[in-house]
Design a protein around this ligand. Structure first.
Ligand code: ZN
Length: 317
């Protein structure tokens, strides 16, 4: 169902796939809408496994627009676990047993407006006023030297949402200290206040509601795992154990380096440092985002078993 043969995996495809999966597996999947974006798209949540279980996991992808291959990956994972729930197993435990004890809350495309910009350029945006604003931001950035890209590439390498806010700099940890860009645009602008953006607020509310045992943020690229936000004590130990589990599956390089103030105010920072929830950022792929589809097969092989491994890990805690 989830088409992994073409580079572009769009918001419309994601919506269709979620609906089709729901039709095919009505008892195994719940769909919720968490927020509506500035350009009128929905931030969706898919709930798989057992939402009543003691242990819940939150996974999100596509918070940075040009990293949209992460959305394809997590949708592929969702379909895989739905399809093989009865037959599949990990470490001697069937998927059915694992996901009876764990609920997975997947936000497969946090930033659908930004992704539409990266995939389709201005054509991807419905609102005339947003389109005009984006052109103004580009003219400003071109004049100031902040970008050397053509307009086409400025949009292709877009990271922010349609309001020009980098959603992964819009969370309430290190927000004040983070400087980034001074005004809205393709990247590095944190917004007027923490959680000013509907998409970021959606993740905050979902996290507070389900109180997950761990959270995973899928980004691209680099084939690394980021996890060190300066946490200490038991939380640090728990985070490191989780990261070791991820590493044992995908062999991504573990980055220990503590993040500095100019790499802050992300979802992971907030999760770990404010909510004390073990969290890791998995960066998929090798080439610059948006990555070529030729990378996908290797990415899939490295990440297919992540949900099962994390479910098994949490149930053994
Ligand atoms: Zn990213």
């Amino acid at each position: 169902m989830v088409d992994t043969s073409e580079q572009i995996y769009s918001y419309d495809e994601l919506c269709e796939d979620l609906q089709e999966l729901k039709r095919k597996y009505p008892e195994k999947l719940q769909l919720n809408v968490l927020a509506t974006t500035a350009d009128g798209r929905e931030v969706q949540e898919a709930v798989f496994g057992n939402p009543e279980a003691k242990t819940q996991i939150l996974i999100h992808a596509g918070i940075h627009a040009r990293e949209y291959m992460t959305c394809m990956l997590v949708m592929n994972q969702l379909e895989f676990y739905l399809e093989y729930l009865e037959e599949g197993s990990y470490g001697g435990t069937t998927f059915a047993e694992l996901f009876e004890q764990v609920g997975v809350h997947l936000v497969p495309m946090v930033n659908p407006d930004g992704i539409s910009i990266s995939q389709f350029g201005l054509e991807g945006i419905t609102s005339a006023s947003i389109r005009q604003q984006i052109e103004e931001w580009y003219d400003r950035d071109k004049t100031s030297g902040a970008t050397s890209y053509s307009f086409k590439n400025y949009l292709k390498y877009w990271k922010a949402n349609a309001r020009g806010v980098d959603l992964n700099r819009n969370f309430d940890y290190g927000f004040e200290a983070y400087q980034g860009a001074a005004a809205p645009g393709a990247q590095k602008y944190k917004g007027t206040a923490a959680a000013s953006e509907a998409e970021a607020t959606a993740l905050v509310r979902l996290t507070e509601k389900i109180q997950p045992a761990l959270t995973i943020s899928y980004h691209a690229t680099g084939s690394v795992i980021y996890w060190d936000y300066g946490q200490t004590g038991e939380l640090r130990t728990a985070c490191k154990q989780m990261v070791d589990v991820i590493h044992s599956i995908n062999d991504n390089e573990i980055k220990y380096a503590a993040t500095d103030q100019q790499d802050a105010a992300g979802y992971g920072d907030w999760c770990v440092m404010v909510k004390q929830i073990p969290s890791a950022t998995i960066e998929i792929g090798v080439g610059a985002a948006p990555m070529a589809i030729s990378e996908y097969e290797a990415i899939w092989k490295r990440n297919a078993m992540i949900w099962a491994a994390l479910a098994k890990y949490t149930t053994e805690q």
